[in-house]
Design a protein. Structure first.
Length: 96
């Protein structure tokens, strides 16, 4: 899955930098990578929910502690261009 994510980032950076003249081909690849990444995410969610459903209740706190520790220990990927995705506030939408 890491390779798929790296390929998605590479193609999106090429589109952002307009390195290649055949952008229609790159958009097609980007769409395919997005579909594959989304499928992997959905399958992972199903597996996680199944795991949590069968996990004994007395082990939930230990699991939560482990997941939080791993989240803090994970280092951000420096290969991704910071100019592509920026943290920002969402604009308010009427009716929400």
């Amino acid at each position: 899955m890491d390779e798929l994510g790296d390929a998605f980032i590479e193609v999106s950076e090429q589109l952002a930098d307009r390195i290649f003249g055949n952008s229609a081909r790159l958009w097609k690849f980007l769409d395919l990578y997005h579909f594959d990444l989304n499928t992997c995410l959905r399958e992972t969610c199903v597996l996680l929910k199944s795991f949590l459903f069968v996990l004994p209740e007395d082990q939930l706190d230990k699991f939560d502690f482990t997941v939080c520790g791993l989240a803090r220990a994970r280092r951000p990927n420096t290969a991704a261009s910071p100019s592509l995705i920026r943290a920002r506030r969402m604009a308010p939408v009427a009716g929400e």
